[in-house]
Design a binder for this molecule. Structure first.
Ligand SMILES: *Cc1c(COP(=O)(O)O)cnc(C)c1O
Length: 427
């Protein structure tokens, strides 16, 4: 893509660049495999000596075009799609942290990621220390060990809406010789580009705003190309020593800034296989074309809803980083001056039953296990997404038992507010 295009243009034009007489719209290459004329050519592909497609588990033109678009939106050098956000976060960490390794992770993260790092990867011999992202640099430094391989956090945490101090976390990670991996799902590159603040790897659940229509589960990993693996060669042998499962290739030597994504594709995707279908990548691309329009409306609507709830006497508290009295307002202004996201959290006065009555009285706002799509929806994390966490773990993660996560859609905001108003009357 020509340099200098603004992000709105990239949403529409990046990725698929048709040649003369080719389809204007990104085609769906719904093919598992690709044909070659001679066997030697195919051999070179397997050796990673030639570029080209051979099997969709490793690469597919539709998937690659969409990955290239997200890479340009984030300002990275290489990227890949995965079948889900869970797979993206798993691959991003596992690509550099194997058995015996350790990561430092913000405790304000998505429940699925909390389980992945705290339980499932633990069974693979990967340890995780959860930290309070608001702790001081010194306190956070104490969580590092000689075997620490990465720091992980979310730009805007789902569902606690904690805004990450990206520069503090980047400095922390780099001072300890490891990369910072940031899950940028909620902010999207429209509102925040973590690479500009020092993050090294960005992940996404594209299921959310990027798709935007609740049509396809998906994920993405983007590399800034900025982390110098060779400078910390002893920590990252997977990138800096020979991969015997791939003809003795040393990824960091052979692929330079593309090393991280090449390894994740050639090794993890080859063996674990969490690819998106080309059809789903196509749907994601349609979503990406309007991402810049939708994010602006999500944020505008959410700001008005947050202000409405903030002023309502039946509402106990509202957490939205766009409210000036929010503890994360300053960080949000710094990292996301154009808006944060359409998700907010709040609690109503009274007991848990009052919250349930409120939710059951909503008409336009649907109770669904989803966030960040065009339709307004609501969820009670303590009894839904995070129900496997103990009260103490919930408290640690900044999720109050009465917290309701409200995802503001792009409907007319007066209709959303009317719906909330009448449900509040019912309690
Ligand atoms: C939803 C979500 C995930 C998991 O993504 P899936 O696409 O559902 O697998 C990871 N991180 C964040 C911040 C999310 O909101």
């Amino acid at each position: 893509m020509e340099k200098g295009y603004r992000i709105e243009t990239k949403c529409i034009q990046s990725g698929w660049r048709p040649g003369c007489g080719e389809p204007r719209v990104l085609p769906i290459y719904q093919s598992t495999t690709f044909k070659y004329d001679d066997s030697d050519h195919m051999g070179r592909l397997f050796d990673l000596e030639a570029e080209g497609y051979f099997y969709t588990r490793l690469q597919n033109p539709t998937n690659d075009a969409v990955a290239a678009k997200i890479t340009e939106l984030e300002g990275g050098v290489a990227g890949m799609l995965t079948s889900s956000g869970q797979a993206a976060n798993y691959y991003a960490v596992f690509n550099i942290c194997e058995e015996g390794g350790h990561i430092v992770c913000s405790n304000s993260i998505y429940g699925g990621t909390y389980n992945l790092f705290g339980t499932t990867m633990k069974k693979q011999g990967i340890a995780c220390t959860f930290v309070n992202p608001d702790a001081s640099y010194e306190e956070l430094s104490a969580a590092f060990r000689p075997d620490t391989k990465a720091v992980f956090a979310e730009t805007i945490a789902n569902p606690s809406i904690v805004v990450l101090d990206i520069e503090k976390f980047a400095r922390l990670a780099h001072d300890h010789g490891v990369p910072l991996i940031v899950d940028n799902t909620f902010a999207t590159p429209i509102n925040c580009r973590p690479f500009e603040w020092g993050a090294d790897i960005v992940t996404h659940s594209t299921t959310k705003y990027m798709d935007g229509h609740a049509m396809a589960v998906g994920g993405a990993i983007i590399d800034s190309g900025n982390f110098d693996w060779m400078a910390h060669a002893d920590k990252f042998p997977g990138l800096t020593t020979k991969d015997d499962s791939y003809h003795g290739i040393v990824y960091a030597e052979k692929f330079g800034k593309g090393a991280f994504i090449t390894k994740a594709t050639a090794q993890l995707m080859r063996d674990l296989g969490s690819i998106p279908s080309p059809m789903n990548a196509f749907l994601l691309n349609v979503g990406l074309e309007t991402l810049h329009l939708r994010m602006a409306r999500h944020c505008e609507n959410a700001q008005k809803v947050a202000e409405f709830l903030h002023g309502h006497d039946k509402v106990a508290w509202v957490n939205y980083a766009g409210l000036p009295d929010n503890p994360y307002y300053e960080l949000a202004q710094k990292y996301m001056p154009g808006g944060t996201c359409g998700v907010l959290a709040f609690g109503v006065r009274g007991d848990r039953a009052a919250a349930m009555r409120f939710m059951d009285s909503l008409k336009l706002t649907a109770i669904v296990t989803h966030v960040a799509d065009a339709r307004t929806c609501i969820l009670h994390p303590a009894s839904h997404t995070h129900r496997q966490m103990s009260e103490a773990e919930l408290k640690e993660a900044g999720i109050r038992p009465d917290l309701m996560r409200l995802s503001i859609g792009i409907e007319n905001v007066e209709d959303i507010i009317d719906d909330l108003k009448s449900a509040l009357k019912a309690i």
